[in-house]
Design a protein around this ligand. Structure first.
Ligand code: ATP
Length: 321
């Protein structure tokens, strides 16, 4: 497979798209490295699909520029870009009265795939559908159809694969299968641009994620974003509430604030959990507290997302002063 120059699969600079007065996305800039699984998250109407369609040459941007699989995104380069990428849209777009193999034959012909028979056999194996090749697409479950759609997207051996909500509407088992297939593609070095509403999916699969809500809110590794957006914290669980938490936690090195819950639990805001935990433990022992656990609190990507998209949705801890 030919890889793009400079290790970048996508370079997006100040890209915008509007439909008349409606702004679909505005001033979006990011880069995706070759071989990365890049998550693209955002609420309904955030502009994710329009971004995919724009980078996939199906729509012309209103402003800005991009390089897709090493080729500048310009109308005259559309054919060349489309040769190097594939888009799996949210709805599979298959002919339900044709069999799985007939669908793939039709699209292999459309995409002018070299050696179509071998290629079709290869993609059917890749999505583990070789034994269902003769089934009518209309008779397949939603999850299996999604796998056929993925096979269709793989026919052209793309360098960059855009997956638009590939697990929308799938049950957890079918979604896991799609995740396993994405893992397999990543191991083969395919760059994957994944739009999703499933935040745990993005957290599990993606090297980095971008959060879009018409404009880009942030880009980074999920753990980086958690650390950037939320203070580090320790969670302490006791058998009974402390009689005087101010006396216990006040002035401890590395502890900058704390909040109590109703069940003898305390969330401590700390500069570095590794520095703060020994002092917290000693203070609890000195206060004769019966400790059930002291652990580092884990914020999820979902917390990051909600904080960026809707800050009111997240409870914030109180400062101890
Ligand atoms: P969802 O998660 O619901 O699929 P999305 O993030 O993919 O949403 P888009 O489908 O890109 O969002 O839509 C972004 C905005 O652009 C929306 O306000 C939408 O109504 C508008 N839009 C998208 N396509 C068109 C179009 N062809 N003509 C006019 N407006 C459009």
């Amino acid at each position: 497979m030919v890889k793009s120059q400079g290790g970048l699969a996508l370079e997006v600079h100040n890209l915008s798209k509007r439909f008349g007065d409606r702004v679909a996305f505005s001033d979006v800039s990011f880069e995706v490295r070759v071989g990365e699984v890049f998550g693209f998250l955002g609420p309904n109407g955030a502009g994710k699909t329009t971004t995919v369609r724009t980078l996939g040459t199906l729509l012309e941007p209103t402003a800005g520029s991009a390089v897709v699989a090493g080729i500048p995104l310009r109308p005259e380069n559309g054919v060349e870009i489309r040769r190097r990428i594939a888009i799996m849209p949210e709805s599979p777009g298959l002919y339900l009265r044709l069999s799985v193999r007939e669908n793939l034959e039709f699209f292999a012909d459309l995409y002018e795939v070299d050696g179509p028979r071998e290629r079709i056999d290869g993609v059917l194996r890749a999505v583990r559908l070789a034994d269902r090749a003769g089934d009518l697409c209309g008779a397949l479950s939603k999850g299996l159809r999604q796998r056929v759609a993925l096979a269709r997207a793989l026919l052209s051996d793309p360098q960059v694969l855009f997956l638009d909500e590939p697990t929308a509407g799938l049950d957890p088992v079918a979604a896991r299968e799609v995740h396993a297939l994405i893992g397999g593609l990543r191991r083969r070095g395919v760059t994957i641009f994944l739009t999703t509403h499933r935040l745990e999916e993005a957290e599990r699969l993606c090297d980095r994620v971008a959060i879009l809500s018409t404009t880009l809110r942030t880009v980074g590794r999920p753990d980086e974003l958690r650390d950037q957006i939320f203070a580090q914290s320790l969670t302490v669980r006791l058998v009974a509430p402390l009689p005087d938490p101010v006396a216990t936690f006040g002035g401890l090195p590395g502890v900058t604030g704390w909040a109590a819950d109703e069940s003898a639990g305390y969330a401590l805001t700390v500069s570095d959990p590794a520095v703060a935990a020994p002092g917290v433990t000693r203070a609890l022992v000195a206060a004769r507290a019966d400790v059930l656990s002291i652990s580092r609190s884990q914020r999820s990507l979902e917390d990051v997302y909600l904080e960026l998209i809707d800050p009111a949705a997240i409870d914030t801890d109180h400062e101890s002063g």
